[in-house]
Design a protein around this ligand. Structure first.
Ligand code: NAD
Length: 258
């Protein structure tokens, strides 16, 4: 089988958290283009439904939208039941939902800290654990979590200690699950994107004015586009990456190199 055929995901079943927009939507589209049926999992049901329709129309795969808050164990469990009810199995889980909060450490309330850790780290644990249980029973699967270059560096000038800590946690969680599930044929990897032009930044009035400063620091002089994360996730999802587990893929245009 040639490498391009091997990259195909025909017949596989995937869910993408934070799939309504941004990186999640873009990666979900790529997984669908590669042939996987897709569950768009997001808190924002109307946009998730739009995205699911758009992807089905563009690619011909089966899609569903599932309203889920990844910080709620009961909602995550219900989401898994819904996906299994529609697709019968789960081969690929892209645990990607995340939020950013920019508050100086000395002013951050405990509630703000908890909110970020809950979505970005606890949410990834809950969704990866729930997917892992299904995959262990099935005999295998691939989990891809979204960390960030913020797990590796302290971004400036915006203060974001909870975000940075949550993303560092995602990498070590990813490695821990990969080792625990090595004999179960469940692979677990993560991606660490640099700045990517999505609503997370473009709809954040505090962050938008910083783009020029970040671009001046960036070796490529620009942010990344969500499309520039598609291929790495398709690779990790499928049968080209059977020796790849416990790895973190930094995709940042060399931002963290300098
Ligand atoms: P985005 O804001 O464009 O999209 C995030 C999506 O997640 C939204 O649709 C939102 O409704 C959903 N979401 C938020 N909280 C949720 C919850 N509790 N349960 C379910 N869904 C929830 O953001 P994005 O830029 O596409 O970010 C996706 C992931 O990539 C996040 O984990 C983010 O931290 C990470 N990331 C983003 C960048 C960047 O520069 N944009 C860089 C590195 C990492």
């Amino acid at each position: 089988m040639g490498i391009l055929e091997k990259m195909r995901l025909d017949g596989k079943k995937a869910f993408v958290t934070g799939g309504a927009r941004g990186i999640g939507k873009c990666v979900a589209t790529a997984l669908a283009e590669a042939g996987a049926d897709i569950a768009i999992v997001d808190m924002d049901l109307p946009v998730a439904e739009e995205t699911a329709k758009e992807i089905a129309a563009a690619t011909g795969v089966k899609t569903i939208a599932v309203k889920t808050d990844v910080t709620s164990q009961s909602e995550v469990d219900a989401m898994i039941d819904t996906v299994l009810g529609s697709f019968g199995r789960i081969d690929i889980a892209f645990c990607n939902a995340g939020i950013a909060l920019n508050v100086a450490a000395e002013e951050m309330t405990y509630e703000q800290w908890l909110k970020v850790i809950n979505v970005n780290l606890n949410g990834v644990f809950l969704t990866a654990q729930a997917a892992g249980k299904v995959m262990i029973k099935q005999g295998g699967g691939s989990i891809i979590n979204t960390a960030s270059m913020s797990a590796h560096i302290v971004n400036v000038p915006q203060p974001q200690c909870a975000y940075n800590a949550s993303k560092a946690g995602v990498i070590q969680l990813t490695k821990s699950l990969a080792v625990e599930w090595i004999d179960k044929n469940v692979r677990v990897n993560c991606i660490s994107p640099g700045y990517i032009g999505t609503d997370l930044i473009l709809s954040n009035e505090g962050l938008k004015p910083l783009i020029e400063k970040w671009n001046a620091m960036a070796p490529m002089g620009r942010m990344g586009k969500p499309e520039e994360l598609q291929a790495i996730v398709v690779y990790l999802a499928g049968d080209c990456s059977t020796f790849t587990t416990g790895s973190d893929f930094v995709v940042d245009g060399a931002f963290t190199c300098i």
